[in-house]
Design a protein around this ligand. Structure first.
Ligand SMILES: CC(C)(COP(=O)(O)OP(=O)(O)OC[C@H]1O[C@@H](n2cnc3c(N)ncnc32)[C@H](O)[C@@H]1OP(=O)(O)O)[C@@H](O)C(=O)NCCC(=O)NCCS
Length: 276
């Protein structure tokens, strides 16, 4: 092999991908020419094609779309949205605001769907092993808490006693299951977790948007880690809208609280700096 050929093949092998093939005048995603996809394939279909390798069935696409649209926004009380708006008032541009906001979609806000999928999958294994739903959930929760602590991902809400998005999403899952498009077992698991947590606490610990979208992502066969990525895609829509609105409003240097409000200072009372 000549030196030039060897360098060419090293360059060609530097990145390997099954996603996109491209040469001058030609773009193909997963084998499909872009000009055939444009106008025939929706954004949600494209999310599926890119992450899963094939186009979804219309039923799969409908459920994915419902999950993606349901989590786009939760107002400036949500850290991701507040951060986007604050970033804009610091002179940032839309890309900075979006990156800052997406960075906080982690284990406790927006990213909990990843662990929720893992939890549902762990309980599914128990169901497959023949345990009834109540026991499988009880054992699954106990084992989760032993490994990760008492807070169960995808459940609980600072604001909503019942998160209005969750029952509607589960209803769609039930409808799809009744048509045998999915099996619907993760919806049953989520309901049982909610029941057990609320009974144990003596107050509602509702299935939240992370947990409800995780039901759909798990039912559709997305790996757990992708549930977090999909939530980021979804919330990015609200983040963009709020960042843009804030830019149009033109506020400057807004912090998380109105300037008349101060935090709870718990440190030393005033004291002189010692001689050094
Ligand atoms: C969202 C969250 C931060 C709200 O917490 P919160 O404001 O403290 O919730 P509440 O005031 O309604 O309830 C507090 C009590 O319920 C318990 N609780 C709340 N969520 C719980 C959960 N997911 N699992 C178990 N217990 C929970 C708390 O431990 C607390 O009990 P304590 O006072 O004995 O410590 C919390 O529910 C949580 O971390 N959930 C998991 C992460 C998640 O799903 N995030 C996505 C949010 S949309």
């Amino acid at each position: 092999m000549s030196e030039a050929t060897s360098i060419d093949s090293q360059a060609a092998n530097w990145w390997q991908t099954d996603i996109i093939d491209m040469r001058p005048g030609e773009i193909r995603y997963r084998g499909y020419p872009i000009e055939e996809l444009i106008g025939r394939v929706s954004f949600s279909d494209m999310v599926w094609l890119m992450t899963r390798g094939e186009l979804p069935s219309p039923e799969q696409a409908k459920l994915l779309d419902a999950a993606l649209m349901s989590a786009v926004d939760h107002g400036p009380q949500a850290p991701s949205i507040a951060i986007a708006r604050m970033a804009m008032t610091c002179g940032g541009s839309l890309n900075n605001a979006m990156a800052s906001a997406v960075n906080v979609l982690d284990d406790i806000h927006g990213g909990a769907g990843e662990q929720a999928v893992e939890l549902y999958q762990a309980i599914l294994v128990r169901l497959d092993g023949g345990e009834p739903l109540e026991k499988a959930t009880e054992q699954g929760l106990a084992s989760w808490k032993e490994q990760h602590g008492k807070i169960v991902p995808g459940f609980g809400h600072r604001f909503h006693p019942v998160d209005p998005r969750a029952p509607r999403l589960l209803e769609l899952v039930n409808e799809a299951a009744s048509r045998n498009e999915i099996n619907g077992r993760c919806a049953g698991i989520a309901r049982e977790i909610e029941r057990q947590l609320s009974t144990a606490k003596g107050k509602p610990i509702p299935l939240n948007i992370d947990g409800a979208t995780a039901v759909i992502y798990a039912e559709l066969g997305f790996p757990a880690a992708l549930a977090r990525g999909l939530f980021c895609l979804s919330r990015s829509v609200g983040i963009l809208a709020h960042a843009w609105e804030q830019q149009c409003q033109g506020g400057r240097n807004k912090g998380p609280m109105p300037k008349g409000w101060l935090w709870d200072y718990r440190g030393q009372s005033q004291r002189p700096v010692p001689e050094r």
